[in-house]
Design a protein around this ligand. Structure first.
Ligand code: GDP
Length: 284
């Protein structure tokens, strides 16, 4: 998907229209980069709608970091859940969180003796975070994936999740924070934007630095390095690894290999964004 200013304006308007129809927003992010996979515009257009943060692809993310991120979102005032949308077993959680967040609204309807109106939700996120996968899981169906292109409008339909809860049949698609170079690099690293936009060696350099500073033991083990090897600066280390892995002087080939190794889980479950909590509330 290519975002041009016209697309962005259109996407924003569409999401704004859809937001009017719902009680609650499910914002989907990639658990490995919970900030970089957020959309810069959503906070502005969401106004006072309740929002639940869904940290998807948690199966690929560092579980310790995911816990810290959930504590962070809690500090920000948001309920969150970490899931692997590929496995349906985890989805009752979404339902439970939706109910908890909306319990006052639901209780009021009961108190007034009203027939319970269905809670209406929408999934929103940038491309590739797993919106369609989640939607399909939620409704136990295979809904054709609508193109990522904003502008393909059709009649909105509500899909039944259960007796109390329904979800809009098309997700809200917004763009990432492209103006930040690191965001683009991270999205490219995780395969969420076209590889061709960012040079492999830049992406690999970022990744290598991150592994070195956050996951050194795994880097040492995966490429059979000595601790002293990591004393080199990053470009030197890149070249060292290029040779060590048999790519001679072909920096780019090593870059591609490193990116693939990361995506394929050779280093285990990784999170590429840190957060420092205001106070230590992990596990609250
Ligand atoms: P969308 O563009 O936000 O609708 O994203 P999709 O639902 O099309 O998912 C993008 C890719 O991520 C697909 O290849 C999915 O199979 C994959 N995917 C979605 N959710 C998960 C998850 O929780 N874990 C893993 N490992 N892959 C996922």
């Amino acid at each position: 998907i290519q975002w041009f200013p016209g697309h962005m304006a259109k996407a924003r308007n569409q999401v704004q229209e859809k937001l009017k129809l719902v009680d609650i927003v499910l914002e989907i992010v990639d658990a490995r980069i919970p900030i970089s996979s957020q959309n810069p515009m959503l906070a502005e257009i969401i106004e006072h709608k309740p929002k639940i943060m869904i940290l998807n692809k948690a199966d690929l993310a560092d579980p310790k970091q995911t816990e810290v991120w959930q504590a962070y979102f809690k500090q920000q005032g948001y309920a969150s859940i970490a899931i692997d949308a590929q496995h349906k077993s985890q989805l009752p959680q979404i339902n439970k969180v939706v109910r908890t967040v909306l319990k006052d609204k639901i209780q009021k309807q009961y108190d007034k003796g009203l027939k319970l109106a269905k809670v209406r939700a929408i999934c929103i996120g940038i491309p590739n975070v797993g919106k369609s996968t989640i939607l399909n899981r939620l409704v136990h169906k295979n809904i054709a994936k609508t193109g990522d292109r904003p502008g393909v409008t059709k009649n909105q339909q509500w899909l039944k999740v259960n007796e109390e809860f329904e979800v809009l049949d098309t997700p809200g698609i917004l763009w990432p924070k492209f103006e930040d170079q690191t965001v683009g690099t991270k999205l490219a690293l995780l395969g969420s934007i076209k590889d061709s936009i960012y040079a492999d060696d830049d992406v690999a350099l970022f990744a290598l630095d991150y592994l070195k500073t956050h996951y050194a033991p795994r880097l040492l083990a995966a490429y059979k390095l000595n601790e002293a090897d990591l004393d080199q600066d990053n470009p030197d280390l890149m070249l060292f690894l290029t040779k060590k892995l048999g790519f001679k002087e072909d920096y780019d080939q090593f870059a591609q290999r490193l990116i693939l190794d990361i995506r394929k889980g050779r280093f285990g479950r990784l999170t590429f964004e840190d957060v420092v909590l205001a106070t230590d509330t992990v596990g609250d």
